[in-house]
Each structure stands twice: as structure tokens, then as C-alpha cells.
Design a protein around this ligand. Sequence first.
Ligand code: ADP
Length: 405
Amino acid sequence: MDFTIILVILVLIIAAGYARRYYALRADLNEYTRAIRQQPDPSSTDAKELESLASAVSSLISMFSDQHSALESERSRLATVLDQITDGVLIADAAGLIQFANPAAGRLFQFGNPLNHSIVEVMRNHQLVEAWRRCQQTRQMQSESVEVPTRHQYLQLVVIPDQHSSGSLLLAQDLTRLRRLETVRRDFVSNLSHELRTPLASLKALAETLREGALDDPPAARRFVDQIQIEVDALTQMVNELLELSKIESGRFSLDRSPVAAADLLDSASQRMQVQAERANIALRIDGVDDLPTVEVDWQRLEQVLVNLIHNAIKFTRPGGEVLLSAKSIPGEVRFAVRDTGVGIPADEVSRIFERFYRVDKSRTGSGTGLGLSIAKHIVEAHKGRIWAESVEGQGSTFYFTIPH
Ligand code: ADP
């Protein structure tokens, strides 16, 4: 019996222990549940974060696409500039292989497509290639200006080291026209000084001779004064022609056009030069002026052209010779001609006589200023016509000019 009571008490004690544990566990569970409930809704938090992430990504995408289209339009603008500029732009790698070339570069170096060709092949000029070599070695900008006689060019090359690679950027400029203009200007100044020096020196000599005694010898004095007059006239003519030329070349001249019968032009120029021709014992005739249309020209200036040509023809023809004037109607224009039986012009100089100050035989004193034909050329070209000469040395020359109608 006692044993049974003890067993019951033991069972009760064990049951009480389990019950306490159960209740403690339950309390803990309740605690966790409460704690979890108090947390904000986890699924809604994730959704919000995802939303803001998505909007950040989409604004990044639109920012990138804006930047991409800005870059694209910048790139196409740059490509247009590179396509259109007259300066050659080349990019070469470290070995000198061309990686980029704009169209002007191909034209300037007269090389079809420079891409993937070497600088040596494309430039074909020792000094230009050397400039590129120096840039590669020093990584410093180099520039070189050279005359390329085989291509009739004067080129300037600037080589800049590429900061982002070991290659280089090459800029080539064609300075041929600029150089030619510089030469023309230099020649003009030196020609002009030369042309002025000769008459001035002879004026000085004449004045000195007069002072040193010729004044006391009236017949000699008169001769010297006549000579002074001739030199002063020549100087005056040169100054007038220079002024005329500068007026024409600077565009400060306009044509005073009116309808003129081509035959009348020849008539009036021929009449003006008749006395001079007779004095030189040269026959001046008009030869062939059939069916000529009227031309819209500046009568005075065109007559000046004809007078200049006739004056030269008389000057360069020996006594007993002949000067023939003619005009012919050809489609769209009238072609005037002044033909002489004079000394003619050497074949290799015919194309140069229209240049300022150009004279075939510079030793022929008193033969003129060398400006007449360049003035004539300007006047004819202002009428949209052409002027040229044909000549056989020793057998005479023919000067032609056309006037459109
Ligand atoms: P210039 O005042 O010397 O005559 P131009 O300009 O009129 O100057 O002529 C230039 C040069 O062309 C002359 O000096 C001469 O050498 C040559 N020339 C022009 N016309 C003739 C011609 N009819 N016959 C031969 N040579 C000519």
C-alpha cells in the first residue's frame, strides 16, 4: 500500500514537471508569435524596394539612351566635318599603319584609299615620313613644310602623338595656292622695282649730262630734253597701267555695256591706229567681217584691248609688214583676231605673255611695260570671253579673243 502511494506521488511529481515545461514552451511560442506579428509585412517591403529599384534602372536607361543619342549626333557631326574639310586627317598606329583617313587625305596625297597602308607608302616623301618618325620617337608634336615637285604641291604636315595609344594623328594642309600667291606678290614687287629703276637711272644720267655742260650745247640739250620726255611718258604710261590693273584686279571696276556691231569695233580701233601704222610703214587692214552679230560690250574697254593688240603687232613687225584685223561668228560667240607678219613669239613663251611684266625680249629697250596683255586678259575675261595667242617664231603672231553674245 505504501509502495502504491509512493508511486502515485512520484507520477504526480513527474506530471507536474512536464506540465511546467509545456507551459513554459507555450509562453515562449506566444512570445515569438507576438514578436513576428509586430514586424511590418515582409512581402510589401520587398515589393516597394523592387519598385524603387526598377524606377532607378529605367531612369538610368533613359539617361544612357540620351547620352548615346547625344554622342551619336556628335559623332555624325564630326564625321561630316572630317568628310568636308579640305585638310587631310590621318590616324596611324605605332607601326605607321593608317587606321583612319578622311577623303581630303586621299586627295592630298593622291592615294586612292590610304586605309591599312603604311605612312611611307601614302606620303612618298622622305621629309614628311621623317616628321612622323620624330614624333613617334619623342612623343612631341612635329611640323614640316615641304615642296613635293613630283605632285606640284607645297604641303604642311603636323604630327601629334595620340595620348590614348602609341600611334599618332597627322594633319596635312595644301599650301600650294597660298605659296603661289606669295611668289606672284614677291615677283610683282621685284619686277616693279626693276621696271622703275631703268627709266629713273636714265633720267638721272640725262639730267647730269645736261648739268655737266650739255646745257651750253643747244642742239644736244634739245635731244636730251626729248629723251627725258620719252622716259617720263613711259613712266606715266606704266603708272597708269598699274592703276588700271589694280582697279581691275581689286574688282573696283564695272563694265559699261551697250549693244555694239562687232565690225564697228574693228573699224574704230583700226582708224585710231592708222597713223601709227603708216609711220612704221606697216599696212593695217581689216580682213573679213561677214555677217557679224551685235555684242553687248563695254565699247571703250574692248576698243582698248584691240588698240593694245594692234599697237603690239605694229611694234613687233618690221617695216613693210602687215597687220590684219578680222572677226568671225562662231556658235554663241564672236571671235576677234589680230594677225601680224612680225618677229613672232617662241613656242615655250606664248602661254606666259599674258602675265604681268612678262616680256619676251627684256633687252629690247622701249618695248613697253609688259602690262598691256595682262590688262587685255582681265577685260576680255570680265566679258566672259577668252584670249590667247598663236605664233611661229620669225613668221608672225595671231592674237584671238572671243566675246559671247
Ligand atoms: P609690252 O608693253 O611689253 O608690249 P604686253 O603685255 O603688251 O607688254 O606684251 C608682253 C610681251 O609679249 C611683249 O613684250 C612681247 O615680248 C610679246 N608680244 C606681245 N605681242 C606681240 C606680237 N604681236 N609679236 C611678238 N611679240 C609680242
